[in-house]
Design a binder for this molecule. Structure first.
Ligand code: DSN
Length: 438
């Protein structure tokens, strides 16, 4: 066996023998993996269907047209006909960050103001993160109320090019206070407002955000990377009636390959397509587009709707079990696929908890929590998700057992106990019972 084949087998075994609980990950079907590994990877096709810069694209044209139509059909499935007819999809964007950049550059000029969610509360780097060193921070007014105005270190390209203001969650409940966001928007007059992120466990009131955007004449972009599959499955609310742009990655709850889609109301379609190509990218990854198409075919089924709803039920059971055991679950629950837990007040760091979980075979990740006192490298919390466990076939009872194991580990760490062998055995048994998909 050559080195690469050996590593593929090793990674397969690792995935099989552990319980993946990182909310942004999922396991694909064999058909998705075959599409991504197909001959579509051989073809250059800069341009768009029927307007290419290379010959030999008749099949690729058909592929891209089909996947574009499927994106609109599947993602707006739970919206009215009128909404469904008003959306366009660009399936060439290579990643979630690239999709977001395409949105910004399609409607904004450098220096324009964006209002987005504060990163440590669960926003995303590509929404424009910057910060100052502790020394600079002490002298500045960069953070006031729910507003964060960024710092000198422009970490992400978005913050280098645009003027970024961020909104935090409410300091007591850690959910959005929409009246405060509205006040901030009126004060700052942004040209674009963004919602969405990586660790906000609650559904977003898209209608209210639209009203805020309208009040200040801003465009509204919903980054639905985490929720895409839940929206397609009708398990959370849909942003399509209210947003001007919706971007998402295809490998999280949507259960496709690593990739992304950028969608917009039809009036912005020319701008968005030009921003992707030739604005930001060259030739699309046609093999990824094929894999995304296969994921949409799978998501366009009753089975997938049941899957999406089960992801949420499982996450809610997990959150309830952790809350009942006394863990500090942020917002005391979840409306979607992820649960965010603060552990530092119990004397455990988020990194320690995540690495001990990995030792017993539960793969989660350390995470910042709202009003974080630590840093992204040493945060006070950790994040758990149910998309993979649900793909493996787990329902509420199995999730309760997973919760029991996590709670047991948490209590042992609290009491400085370091023997986890029995917990590792319990995880192993669950891995044997709930197998990876084919
Ligand atoms: N890195 C993703 C996550 O883990 O949430 C977001 O891009």
């Amino acid at each position: 066996m050559n080195k690469i084949k050996e590593l593929i087998q090793k990674e397969y075994d690792r995935q099989h023998n552990t319980l993946g609980m990182i909310p942004s990950e999922n396991y694909t079907s064999k058909e998705v993996r075959e599409a991504v590994g197909s001959v579509f990877m051989h073809k250059y096709s800069e341009g768009y269907p029927a307007a290419r810069y290379y010959e030999g694209n008749e099949v690729i044209d058909e592929l891209e047209g089909f996947v574009r139509d499927m994106a609109v059909k599947v993602m707006t499935k739970h919206d009215s006909k009128e909404v469904q007819n008003n959306w366009h999809a660009n399936v060439q964007v290579l990643s979630g960050s690239a999709a977001n950049l395409a949105v910004y550059t399609s409607i904004l000029e450098p220096g324009d103001k964006i209002l987005s969610m504060y990163l440590p509360d669960g926003g995303h780097l590509s929404h424009g993160w910057s910060y100052s060193s502790k020394k600079d921070r002490a002298d500045s007014l960069e953070s006031e109320g729910i507003a964060y105005k960024g710092g000198k270190k422009k970490v992400n390209f978005t913050s280098k090019v645009f003027d970024i203001v961020q909104y935090k969650t409410d300091p007591n409940t850690f959910v959005f206070d929409y009246d405060q966001i509205e006040k901030l928007a009126v004060q700052e007059q942004p040209k674009l407002i963004i919602t969405g992120g990586t660790a906000y466990p609650r559904d977003i009131d898209y209608q209210r955000m639209r009203e805020i955007a309208d009040k200040v004449g801003a465009y509204y972009h919903a980054d639905a990377a985490h929720e895409a599959g839940l929206i397609a499955g009708g398990a959370v609310s849909s942003p399509f009636e209210y947003a001007d742009f919706v971007t998402f990655t295809t490998h999280k709850t949507l259960r496709g390959p690593k990739g992304a889609v950028a969608m917009c109301r039809k009036e912005f379609s020319k701008n968005l397509d030009r921003a992707v190509f030739p604005g930001l990218q060259g030739g699309p990854f046609n093999h990824t587009i094929a894999g995304v198409g296969q994921a949409f075919i799978e998501a366009d089924t009753k089975d997938f709707e049941n899957y999406a709803k089960q992801i949420v039920k499982n996450a809610q059971v997990l959150a309830d079990e952790l809350v009942n055991a006394g863990l500090n679950v942020i917002t005391k629950g979840t409306d979607k696929h992820l649960v965010l837990v603060e552990v530092l007040s119990d004397g455990i760091s988020g990194s320690d908890l995540a690495s001990k979980l990995a030792e017993i075979g539960i793969i989660a990740n350390k995470n910042t929590v709202p009003y974080e006192k630590g840093s992204p490298v040493h945060p006070s919390g950790f994040r758990l998700g149910t998309p993979i466990l649900t793909t493996r076939g787990m329902k509420e009872d199995a999730i309760k057992e997973v919760a029991e194991i996590i709670i047991d580990l948490f209590n042992r760490l609290k009491n400085n106990k370091e023997d986890f062998a029995d917990l590792k055995d319990r995880v192993n048994n669950l891995c044997l019972k709930y197998k990876l998909p084919n």
